[in-house]
Design a protein around this ligand. Structure first.
Ligand SMILES: *[C@@H]1O[C@H](CO)[C@@H](O)[C@H](O)[C@H]1NC(C)=O
Ligand SMILES: *[C@@H]1O[C@H](CO)[C@@H](O)[C@H](O)[C@H]1NC(C)=O
Length: 362
């Protein structure tokens, strides 16, 4: 028995000793270093802690000093600061509170706050025209339908960096206004991922103090006619063999308006209901975000007043805005629809009947 035990012992020891270093040597080495190792670790930990606290405190300190320097309020609501930003309007700064890092790069306009906005809309609601009007302001940059490009709206992880680029004033488009932009944003259709990722987007908008301009069209039947005409032109390419979603001359508008679609009555009511649902859902999903709603019809009938309201909302100085856009459909609805009589009969007594009357006004 004892002999056997000894053999087993030997085997075990052998097993331990196989390897380049004998077991006892390693143990000895570990033993040698263990204690200092622990102490070193503690020292490093404490040093890191102190360093972290220092960075944190000095950072806060610097920030406090920075604000203390900046904020010496005067009676007429202005802040006096040292350095390049000598005078900032406090109402402007804190109601909109987007005093950003990027101001450092903004040269002579670096001391003015930049406001962020997004136009949430649906196709054929006048958003192209609306955006062109906004971009005629020297201090507004609205970068267009950035998310019409599918890969940018594939998921939240592709949307957020795209949005950040826009709001960091790093997006380059024909609407870029360099240093003196006071309001920056884009146009985003509800069916371009907005509703799909509504909660994530709402969180992002809220976190970054981005305001929403909802742009909707009240008359959903007219909107539908516009969609049909636009889809037709996508295929027919009526002007010089090219498709135009917006036109800039009366002649071109006439060409596009000449097409009279047949309205599919089976499809119409469920479709109008669905659109209404989407609008309600959008307004509900983003109700926590600072927003305003603009209706295309009001913009047509009272352009000056509506644009003034929008410019105030964006925190820019209201000015006369212009666009080269020409409205395509200006005739009464019965002249735009092939099966008008049928449609009129069909909608009689429904709540959509009202859409058949009157113009785009009111
Ligand atoms: C608006 O833009 C103009 C021209 O770039 C500039 O002179 C002006 O200071 C800007 N206004 C604001 C409030 O930034
Ligand atoms: C009308 O719409 C319905 C429902 O979408 C569809 O099934 C039908 O094929 C459409 N009719 C025509 C003529 O396009």
């Amino acid at each position: 028995m004892q002999r056997e035990d000894a053999i087993v012992n030997e085997l075990c020891v052998d097993a331990v000793f196989t390897g380049s270093k004998p077991f006892y040597k390693e143990t000895a080495q570990r033993w040698l270093y263990r204690k200092p190792n622990l102490i070193w670790k503690l020292v490093i930990l404490v040093a890191l802690g102190i360093g972290g606290m220092y960075i944190c405190i000095s950072g806060v300190d610097k920030r406090v000093a920075y604000y203390r320097e900046m904020i010496s309020l005067t009676a007429n609501n202005e802040i006096w600061t040292k350095g390049p930003c000598s005078k900032v309007n406090v109402a402007e700064m804190f109601s909109l509170h987007y005093f950003r890092e990027s101001r450092l790069k903004r040269d002579e306009c670096g001391c003015k706050p930049t406001n962020y906005f997004v136009i949430l809309s649906m196709q054929r609601s006048g958003s192209g025209w609306f955006e062109a009007l906004l971009n005629s302001h020297p201090n507004i940059s609205s970068h267009g339908e950035i998310f019409s490009v599918e890969r940018r709206r594939k998921s939240v992880t592709t949307m957020i960096p795209t949005l950040s680029t826009v709001y960091n004033l790093d997006w380059v488009s024909s609407a870029s206004k360099n240093h003196c932009v006071t309001a920056v944003g884009l146009k985003w259709m509800l069916n371009q991922g907005v509703m799909e990722y509504k909660s994530e987007i709402a969180a992002y908008l809220k976190k970054n103090s981005i305001s929403i301009i909802f742009l909707f069209r009240r008359n959903l039947v007219r909107r539908y006619i516009s969609i049909l005409a636009n889809s037709f032109d996508q295929v027919a390419k009526q002007i010089n063999g090219r498709h135009f979603a917006h036109v800039h001359s009366e002649e071109e508008a006439k060409v596009l308006a000449a097409y009279k679609p047949v309205v599919n009555l089976t499809f119409l009511i469920p479709y109008l209901k669905r659109v209404e649902e989407i609008i309600v859902d959008a307004q509900d999903s983003f109700k926590e975000i600072r927003h305003m709603t603009v209706y295309y019809e009001d913009l047509v009938s009272n352009q000056k007043k509506e644009l003034r309201r929008v410019q105030k909302f964006l925190g820019v100085k209201p000015t006369q805005l212009n666009s080269q856009h020409v409205k395509v459909h200006t005739q009464p609805l019965q002249e735009q629809i092939n099966n008008w009589k049928e449609l009129e009969e069909f909608l009689k007594g429904t709540r959509y009947e009202i859409f058949l009357r009157g113009k785009d006004y009111g």
